[in-house]
Design a protein around this ligand. Sequence first.
Ligand code: ZN
Length: 650
Amino acid sequence: MSGSAVTAEAVNDLAELARVSRVIGSDPALVLHGGGNSSVKTTTTDITGEQVEVLYIKGSGHDLATITEAGFAPLRLKAVQRLLPPVVVPDDRLHSELRCALFDAGAPDPSVETLLHALLPSAAVLHSHADAVLALSNSIGGAQRVRDAVASTCVVVDYAMPGPDLVAACHLAWSQRHGDEYGIVVLGHGLFTGGDTPAEALERHLQVVALAEAALGPVGFPPPPAEPAEPVEPAQLAAFRGALCRQAQQALVLRRDDSAAVRTFLANPDALAASQAGPLTPDHASWTKPWPLIGRDLNQYASDYHAYFEANQHRRGAALRELDPAPRVILDAEFGLVAAGRTPSEAAATAEIYRHTMAAIQRANALGGYRPADREHVFDLEYWLFQQQKLVRTATAGDLTGQVALVTGAASGIGRGCAEQLLQAGACVVGWDLSASVADTFDSPRYLGLQLDVTDPQAVAAALARQVDTFGGLDILVVAAGIFPTSANLGELSAAAWRKTMAVNVDSVMELYGQARPLLAAGYPYGRVVLIASKNVAAPGPGAAAYSSSKAAVTQLTRVAALEWAGEGIRVNMVHPDAVFDTGLWTPELLQARAEHYGVSVETYKRRNLLHTEITSAAVGRLATQLCTESFACTTGAQIPIDGGNERVI
Ligand code: ZN
């Protein structure tokens, strides 16, 4: 008998739960980035044919907005109910206990809030951190406002740290309910509603949210600030990011928002002051840190952060002192809202959470003031979350997550190979190319393709500004754009062809280095440059005067950069590829013609080097990427051949 003993009833209930979960998960006013979960209790049969009550609950790390049936973990309901009060399950035992209660050993880890779902008797339970409930709950006098608003529908529980304290508080409140309440509001945390079906639980969820909305009153529309946002100087933002990464001791990308809504918030001293009181719910602190930095004084932030831990050493969350003392949300008069994350998606999620926080702060302020569960609770992160964050901090060697690269000539050939390898190593990559296809050379939130002519200094400046605006800075520059003019012996080589080759292969790089230096100087952990030069530097070819001379000149230029920039910690290295045939320059016909010219097969022609090996764009990309890792932390000004071995070079 196969493992598919699950009954049709269970299959239907789970499908309905997944559908309703996606509805609630797609509404950012209810669920933001993992901040919610859902469950259904149903009956199935086990492998022996015996009936089993099963609780399907959202798997840890799955997002309700996109969840499918596979994202839920089935648990034996009785085995979970055994863990309810008076039994106390400490944080560090919960994971093991829940995994032992699974009906399927291959299931994802059950949500850390599983016990709260088991506690409610309803078949279906939905949980969210709804904005309206949190805004009302976090207003001064909010506890009473919530109690008045939701009285006949939900029991209301004072804020308690997620874990055994919260389970005990909910258990007690539920046992003392008056009549037909169907849900629980946990002040400063969120809303649980139950129903006979997921659809009924959703309908009730929306009812309670509407009650909270009504108690909050209409949303005000404050006038937008009169002045439009000023453009931000890219070097200033990049320098700030560099300092932020150094404080966080990890590479972070930035997401900036200077919309009218953000500037209205920044112009309001009461709103800014309220932001320091703490997050909407402690769960948000894992994205946003406990409070945002106002302005740019990172040292002040770190000293406030350490002072907080000194004052709260007794608390469980104090173990989190090991986490870095750098903000993830910055509210600055010029920059606007700046959110930081290890990836663009993480930074965007953090920005979105904070936009919701700003709206809730303004609504709470309109009711008399914003007072979240209290600032002491901001480190009430779940134990698992802490474990996850520790994992993140032990990144593997060669991992470029959070770093920002620029690759010129990224639409094809070696440039494309470099961009691809940098993306694989986790970096964000901005690709430049003359070809419009650069825009979609790669499909990734970590990639931005810009069509431009590197010989146009204004276009270069605009593209660098766009890069800083998109990802926050520049850590790695790979110069791969270049042209190879038609072969021409001296006497036949035109001055125009010579000048064009020099303009693209040398002059543009001189201009780019000048413009990129301030950004690279702020790079994290320091700036790095890799020039894709050529075997022709050491071993020029007849008929290639312009190309060979241009590559020799740009190599010399780059050696000077290594000398001039070493003081700023910027490492500058060069690679000299040869016979890379999987580029736009080489068509099958051309390869065939060259091979015939030498009287050998195409295969032999491709491997005409001492090692008889084929050199690919990907191989050059791997070398360039390696040069940007800590393996080469002590190397600058180096020239490395990648040509399979060449007697004229060796
Ligand atoms: Zn929750």
